[in-house]
Design a protein around this ligand. Structure first.
Ligand SMILES: [Zn+2]
Length: 405
């Protein structure tokens, strides 16, 4: 599927985010309309994750160099990291984190775990920073700071395939609720000819890759395989989508990591009483807000489903009486959690309706004298009109804008 729309132009019109020279290239500032989309996505996925036994944590955006030496990020991902920060009174370097994993491994080791705690699912909408070349920056698709729908699942290796299956189910569920089409799965493997780029022995790689392959087959999900596209710590399943006019991008991934537990000396007490190392599944079905929101904007040409629309109801009042009524309506709708904008521009009604389009509201309503005097209200959705009154307006619109459960 190809998307002919550019999220940067849509985001400008819809007031989603902006860049500022003094803040820095690739560092987007999210505006209230953009945050409305992020909040709706978070509310949706956090509810799903809670139902599936994920526990949420919040960890710092920075860490000492030794943390990223232990994880292997400085060695294998260092080119994508911002340079270190140094304080004169501390003899250590601190780095902005490029991934959340090391912090989550520390959550695992913060207490003694046993087989009864596994799978342990640790989730965070985690902010990360990556030093992308200025030439490769592209709106929100390639930015230098991103907020990921991240989680790390610590499993008994024999349970890895089962848990990967659950994670793939969550991906499919999310994309069907979001109405996404045209994506494909890629099994991203190591490259045996470049052993330095991929940690751990070749046979462990083959074993982990086969677990991912069998999980995809079992779930009946079409996929293709690619050599050399794995993470340095393990193979992964990427969700590939074509975003905008440029080439296909990975928007989400599930990674099977058989290396990190050793690097961080992670252990749990197995049912035998022995200490064992878990495997780690890294997963982010909604990727980063940055890439995912740009994808949704382009996929829907800005006409997002009601629950994701930053402006759910756009009210155009006519005259003083209309304005007073519209403001009363606004107060009422805000109480019900509807994102509403009352516009009060000068100019002809047709011009004002056209102007409303730039924000891509989910529904519009014009309030003139007749409507203000208890006449019927006409709720204009993108594809149809519905007649209602003040008493049942909320009832009409609420089911279409509620976050899917
Ligand atoms: Zn991770």
């Amino acid at each position: 599927m190809s998307y002919q729309f550019d999220h940067r132009q849509l985001a400008d019109e819809m007031e989603i985010f902006f860049f500022d020279d003094q803040i820095g290239a690739g560092l987007p500032v999210w505006l209230p309309n953009g945050v409305a989309i992020r909040d709706a996505l978070e509310s949706f996925i956090k509810h799903q994750e809670r139902r599936q036994g994920y526990q949420r944590v919040i960890s710092p955006h920075i860490g000492k160099g030794s943390l990223f030496e232990a994880s292997g990020h400085l060695k294998s991902f260092g080119d994508n990291m911002f340079p270190p920060m140094k304080w004169p009174d501390e003899q250590v370097d601190y780095y902005l984190r490029p991934m959340n994993c090391p912090h989550h491994h520390k959550v695992f080791s913060s207490s003694q775990r046993s087989y009864r705690d596994l799978p342990l699912r640790i989730a965070e909408y985690g902010q990360v920073y990556r030093y992308e070349n200025s030439g490769s920056l592209r709106g929100l698709i390639r930015a230098r700071c991103l907020c990921q729908n991240d989680a790390h699942i610590y499993v008994d290796p024999s349970e890895a395939r089962n848990e990967i299956g659950r994670v793939l189910d969550l991906h499919e569920f999310c994309y069907s609720v979001l109405g996404l089409k045209g994506y494909r799965y890629r099994l991203s493997k190591h490259d045996p000819n470049r052993p330095d780029d991929f940690d751990g022995p070749h046979d462990e790689w083959l074993k982990a890759e086969d677990i991912l392959r069998q999980s995809l087959i079992e779930k009946n999900l079409p996929f293709f395989e690619a050599d050399g596209e794995a993470a340095f710590y393990g193979p992964k399943i990427d969700v590939q989508m074509k975003v905008g006019p440029a080439e296909e991008e990975s928007v989400a991934s599930v990674q099977l990591d058989f290396n990190s537990a050793k690097k961080f000396d992670l252990k749990y007490i197995a049912s035998s009483g022995e200490l064992e190392r878990p495997w780690v599944i890294h997963r982010a079905p909604l990727g980063s807000h940055e890439r995912f929101v740009s994808l949704l904007l382009e996929f829907y040409d800005g006409q997002l489903p009601g629950w994701l629309s930053p402006v759910q109801l756009y009210v155009i009042p006519i005259g003083e009486e209309g304005l007073r009524f519209a403001q009363k309506l606004e107060q009422e709708l805000i109480k019900h959690g509807v994102r509403v904008v009352v516009e009060n521009n000068a100019g002809s009604l047709s011009k004002r309706v056209l102007f409303a389009h730039r924000l891509r509201p989910f529904a519009k309503i014009v309030i003139g004298q007749k409507e203000a005097q208890n006449g019927p209200l006409v709720l204009q959705f993108r594809d149809r009109k519905v007649s209602c009154n003040l008493g049942n307006l909320v009832e009409q619109i609420k089911p279409m804008i509620s976050v899917p459960a």
